[in-house]
Design a binder for this molecule. Structure first.
Ligand SMILES: Cc1ncc(COP(=O)(O)O)c(C=O)c1O
Length: 349
């Protein structure tokens, strides 16, 4: 490939996509003159207010550079060093954050529990909370739900209600890893408050990167007492942006025009189309329900290798299933090209 050629759109992850045009334009607009640093600017204030409008409540809003920091700092705020966090066994916080939640909380333990289609169940939470009752265990303090999940499934309102009941029974706080929160709202077609504070969520990490931004995530505290001194945690962790206006500008571009939902709906539609085409044209059945912007499928090894040889990049996720992610950038032509290669390889193999 020539050095200046545009690489083809991949299904490897929704973070292999670049920034969406709305965000690029917002950066240019925000790049005028001098503005106060570290969040004391008017854009940051405006962005926080847009989140309050979106969630229809008076929440506290902070911006960090990536999802690991958002989760780790939010959980560190919820937990003392002897606490534990219960999450699904393949949750990002337990398998893909290099121990950051434990590190930033000075020792709180993240405990993975089995689930169904990527989701914690009330029973799996109870199995951990019931067991960890004496002082030789870490004391259960929080539940972490990934919405939508690492397997691209979505907690339904009824499931969140049931989990809320368990959280109340064991006095657990609920943290939501919303790296793909927008995709879950698009999938459920509900008001954002219904899946967050109305469902008992105390702190949400709302992902921007996978949605079409470069490097910004919002940490949103619905329990404002938890937000106390959070800016110090951000600073200590190297997550307090001095040019905060660019975090804010990117979010404003997403929130003030409904772009966040438009891109999430688009990505979800692409995943549904990809899954349908793989089923009807290549007889490949999704391994998990198609609910958001990811498709998981079992590929025979030679087919997987053939696709890689043709330049397609994707990864095997939990249980060895290929994960294909769609984003704001995915186009029908990308789906056509991928499915055509699958079918062609099947015919030749
Ligand atoms: C479920 C989930 N949470 C959080 C993250 C954030 O990770 P990062 O620190 O790479 O932004 C990711 C990224 O892959 C993710 O999939």
């Amino acid at each position: 490939m020539a050095a200046d050629a545009i690489p083809k759109t991949q299904f490897a992850s929704d973070n292999t996509a670049g920034m969406c045009p709305e965000v690029m334009e917002a950066y240019v607009r925000a790049n005028q003159g001098s503005l106060p640093s570290y969040g004391d600017d008017a854009l940051t204030e405006r962005a926080a207010n847009r989140f309050r409008e979106l969630f229809e409540t008076d929440c506290d809003v902070f911006f960090v550079f990536n999802g690991t920091a958002a989760n780790a700092l939010a959980l560190a705020t919820c937990c003392k060093s002897y606490h534990s966090v219960i999450c699904y066994e393949h949750a990002h916080i337990v398998v893909a954050e290099c121990g950051a939640p434990e590190f930033f909380s000075n020792g709180a333990k993240v405990i993975g529990a089995p689930g169904v289609n990527g989701k914690l169940t009330p029973a799996s939470i109870v199995s951990i909370a019931d067991k960890c009752v004496d002082l030789h265990y870490h004391k259960p303090r929080a539940i972490s739900l990934t919405q939508c999940t690492e397997l691209s499934t979505v907690y339904q309102l009824e499931e969140l209600r049931e989990i809320r009941g368990v959280a109340a029974r064991f006095k657990l706080l609920t943290h939501m890893d919303g790296a793909r929160f927008a995709n879950s709202v698009a999938a459920l077609n509900v008001a954002p408050k219904a899946v967050t504070w109305e469902a008992g969520v105390k702190v949400l990490c709302f992902g921007g990167t996978k949605l079409g931004m470069a490097n910004t995530e919002a940490v949103i505290f619905f329990d404002r007492a938890l937000a106390s001194e959070f800016e110090y945690r951000c600073k200590q962790a190297g997550q307090l942006a001095s040019k905060m206006r660019f975090h804010a500008a990117a979010w404003l571009a997403m929130l003030e025009s409904g772009t966040w939902l438009k891109h999430a709906q688009h990505a979800n539609r692409c995943a549904a189309l990809l899954a349908l085409r793989l089923k009807t044209e290549a007889n490949l059945t999704p391994a998990f329900p198609i609910e958001a912007n990811g498709v998981f499928v079992n590929l025979p090894k030679n087919l997987e290798q053939g696709l890689h040889d043709r330049g397609w990049v994707f990864y095997n996720f939990a249980e060895g299933v290929a994960r294909l992610m769609c984003s704001w950038q995915t186009m029908e032509a990308d789906i056509n090209a991928f499915v055509a290669d699958v079918v062609d390889l099947q015919e030749k193999q």
